[in-house]
Design a protein around this ligand. Structure first.
Ligand SMILES: Cc1cc2nc3c(=O)[nH]c(=O)nc-3n(C[C@H](O)[C@H](O)[C@H](O)COP(=O)(O)OP(=O)(O)OC[C@H]3O[C@@H](n4cnc5c(N)ncnc54)[C@H](O)[C@@H]3O)c2cc1C
Length: 297
């Protein structure tokens, strides 16, 4: 019998039977059979080759801030890049950064260098890789506006993709069509600005988040994409679901497009609430609300 743990351990530190509650900001979910934290690109490349030979599933997690994990057992490997792929460098107004970097850390680094363009991202508890995958954004800005190239591990090869090749759109990118590609790094171009003004805008953005989002509870941010010409939160408010609770999952009183884990929520609780909202919004407004949070496993 193949000893999967020993095979994987050749290329990265491996932990067995890890709770998804420790890997996601929602703190919901069952158990992952293996969690790998590769230390560099060649180790990651060899790890993926081995995983493919063993024919077991894998998935890269960033900070797990957009993922709802199922309550069951995942028989595959979760790969975490935020432990070791976390270097970033500045060259004039250009930044080159590894996928596991915290987007908040890069935004603060840029502010100190007097570089503008990432102010919108402060307050998003995410890695660069997750932000590229989702084309994360806020205040009418997104990754699309600043990315020049993305380095990807694709079919065993390291390939640079241009901004256009990433096919960024509202919370969309080409990476969502290729779950086996791994984002390794990215180049971004910001604009020269004034550190004090940038810091003040970041403080303002942060204060707005604190005032409008339920940051005292575990969540995965906005649950639904905003439909055209309206806001998901106002539709949820309109059906009277502010504060509605199913088990431990609760529509936030503060921001109805957040479903929070008010304590021991299960994936089933969360999806039950999502389902009720989608059904009532469809019946009331004839609008299909689409989940922005990704259901995994
Ligand atoms: C309090 C709060 C506020 C938020 N505010 C915002 C906001 O203002 N704007 C916004 O857009 N989002 C927001 N979000 C949602 C979330 O932070 C973003 O979607 C973010 O992009 C997810 O990044 P992550 O690193 O946590 O990725 P994860 O949630 O870990 O992963 C998301 C997806 O990306 C994939 N992925 C991650 N890294 C890689 C990689 N290196 N290679 C390939 N695939 C990868 C994963 O497999 C998964 O499919 C918020 C979330 C919270 C909890």
């Amino acid at each position: 019998m193949i000893d999967i743990y020993t095979k994987l351990s050749n290329f990265a530190p491996i932990k067995k039977d890890v709770s998804f509650k420790t890997m996601t900001t929602l703190r919901i979910g069952g158990t992952a059979a293996y969690v790998a934290t590769p230390e560099n690109m060649i180790a990651l490349q060899a790890l993926i080759e081995t995983i493919k030979k063993l024919n077991i599933p894998f998935k890269v997690f960033g900070k797990g801030s957009n993922i709802l994990c199922g309550d069951g057992y995942y028989p595959g490997v979760i790969i975490l890049l935020d432990r070791h792929f976390d270097d970033y460098y500045f060259d004039d107004e250009n930044i080159i950064a590894q996928a596991g970097c915290s987007i908040i850390a890069i935004a603060y680094g840029a502010m100190k260098k007097g570089l503008s363009g990432l102010e919108w991202s402060c307050g998003i508890p995410a890695t660069l890789g997750g932000c590229l995958y989702m084309n994360a954004g806020a205040y009418k800005s997104s990754m699309k506006d600043i990315v020049t190239e993305v380095l990807v591990l694709k079919d065993g090869n390291f390939v640079w993709l241009s901004n256009e090749e990433c096919q960024f759109a509202y919370r969309k990118s080409i990476f969502q069509q290729h779950p086996d590609w791994i984002i390794l790094a990215c180049k971004m171009k910001l604009k020269q600005g004034d550190s004090k003004q940038i810091a003040s805008l970041m403080d303002d953005r942060k204060a707005r988040r604190m005032a409008t989002q339920p940051l005292n509870y575990p969540s995965a941010g906005s649950v639904f994409r905003n439909p055209q010409d309206t806001f998901a939160w106002s539709l949820i408010d309109g059906i009277g679901y502010r504060g509605k609770q199913v088990g431990g999952a609760m529509v936030s009183d503060k921001h109805p497009n957040f479903i929070v884990n008010s304590g021991n929520a299960t994936c089933e609780d969360f999806l039950n609430l999502v389902n009720q909202i989608q059904t009532k919004v469809k019946a009331t407004y004839d609008i299909d609300l689409i989940m922005e949070v990704e259901k995994f496993n």
